[in-house]
Design a protein around this ligand. Structure first.
Ligand code: SAM
Length: 230
């Protein structure tokens, strides 16, 4: 009797648990929107953040996919030709690369060297020209009235929001994309990623022409907000 038939005959549960285990192992790679995949990965310690995010991107290549956020592609037509766009916490650059492809003047930053290298490799492959930097946004200085657009995708951090808004020119756009916090369902997840609608809307107080788009992505409620600085 060979090993495999023995296991199947004696313990069909082993086979079932094996399949369950295989799915559980593969799920975060194929489906980044997994419930706990990004739980508490970002805190307020840059060294720890860098190490954790580097580890995350090493074990989850293309974790957020290569396509830009859908709601960003819906609104990008409103940005003026050649607009100067800042993409903080760009990850592996899905949105920054898309915007560079559209001809915008893009600067993108992330704390993770692994993510930055991946974005640079993709930019090279697609022959795109954009500035990609490694940096900690918590300590980074932003020039006031500098950008036409700031893109915050799955990185909602109130401690840097005011500085980012100051870095926008008058008439410039702030774009925010997050998973929506619904009751306690996803309250154990990263606070930069899963945010309540009221906190997100508060970021746009005083802004004009605020456009809100709520929809479901990978079975999760998400929100995209675009507003213009007065
Ligand atoms: C949830 S991911 C979102 C990535 C990207 N914006 C996207 O939507 O695909 C959050 C990103 O924030 C970056 N990050 C975390 N803390 C940071 C910090 N202090 N400064 C810069 N980037 C940071 C992480 O490395 C990670 O790439």
């Amino acid at each position: 009797m060979t090993f495999r038939p023995f296991l199947i005959q004696r313990s069909p549960q082993i086979l079932i648990w094996g399949i369950v285990w295989a799915f559980a192992t593969l799920l975060p790679v194929s489906c980044p929107a997994d419930e706990n995949a990004f739980e508490s990965i970002t805190g307020e310690n840059p060294k720890e953040d860098r190490a954790r995010w580097d580890g995350f991107y090493k074990s989850h290549p293309a974790a957020y996919g290569k396509s830009p956020v859908k709601v960003l592609t819906d609104v990008a037509g409103q940005f003026k030709k050649g607009a100067k766009i800042f993409v903080p916490a760009m990850g592996e650059g899905r949105n920054a690369l898309y915007l560079a492809e559209k001809g915008f003047d893009v600067t993108a930053v992330d704390i993770s060297e692994v993510a930055v290298e991946s974005a640079r490799a993709e930019a090279k492959k697609r022959r795109l020209s954009l500035k990609i930097e490694i940096g900690d946004l918590l300590s980074k200085e932003f020039k006031p009235n500098d950008y036409d657009v700031v893109i915050l995708s799955l990185f909602f951090r109130t401690s840097i929001l005011d500085r980012l808004k100051k870095s926008l020119k008058s008439g410039g756009f702030l774009f925010v994309y997050n998973e929506l916090k619904v009751g306690n369902r996803n309250s154990n997840q990263d606070a930069d990623i899963v945010v309540s609608e009221s906190d997100l809307k508060a970021a746009f107080l005083g802004f004009k022409s605020v456009q809100i788009n709520k929809y479901t992505e990978n079975g999760k409620p998400v929100i995209g907000i675009l507003g213009q600085k007065p």
